[in-house]
Each structure stands twice: as C-alpha cells, then as structure tokens.
Design a protein. Sequence first.
Length: 139
Amino acid sequence: MTAKPVGGAANAAPLTPAEREQLRAKLEALSVRAESALSRKQGELKNEDADLFRDLGPTGDWAIAEAEFERDMASAAQSRGVVAQLKSAERRMQSGEYGWCEDCGAAIGFARLSASPAASRCVACQGARERPAGGSVSR
Ligand SMILES: [Zn+2]
C-alpha cells in the first residue's frame, strides 16, 4: 500500500538554513526600505497637503484636492501595513516560526517566500482567507 501524507498540500519543502538566511537578509532590506519610504511619505504628506489646500483659494477644486489627499493617505496606510507585516515576519524569524503556515502548519516553501518574504500562510490558506466562502464580501 502507498502511504500518502495526511492533509495533502505537503508539496513545499521546509527552508534550508541557507534559504532561511537569504530570506532573512531580504526581509531586513525590505523593512529598511519600507520604513524609509513611509517616513518620507509622511513628511511629504504634511508639506504637500499644506500647499494643496493653501493654493486652492476660494474657487479651487476641492474635490480634486480631497481625492489626492485620500489617495496619499491610502498609500501611506498601505506602507504602514507593509512595515507591520515585515516586522511580524522578522519576529517569526527570531522565534523560529518563520516559513511555516500560521493556519495549517505546513511549510510555506522557498519559492513563495522569496516572492513575498512576509508571507505567513501557505498558498492554500492565504487563498482561503482572501476568498471567504460565501457571506458578506466587503470589496
Ligand atoms: Zn496553510
């Protein structure tokens, strides 16, 4: 009889020490870059918005100014999210949980991690989270 691994999806191999080290360096570099992008963005945001709203004058197009402001805020929020994800990946790296799926415990695999080093779930679990079966979909 052929013994099949229970649970299926056991196709990704655990990280080797070399792969792990490579991803650790990548995470570190990304995290430095994301943080500097974020602080730059926040600085820009202050100056730009002050200009934006001052230059408008009484007949200025507030709709456009507001749309731009919101877009900037959204991208700043997104950067903050990225920084948070990278930080949590670094923490998992230190605690030894890095590379293992948070949900099912399977190895996430080097290919996936090297494409998205902050990934904390395997492809199957991430997919399940992003596409909740039925129910309310908020955009
Ligand atoms: Zn999983």
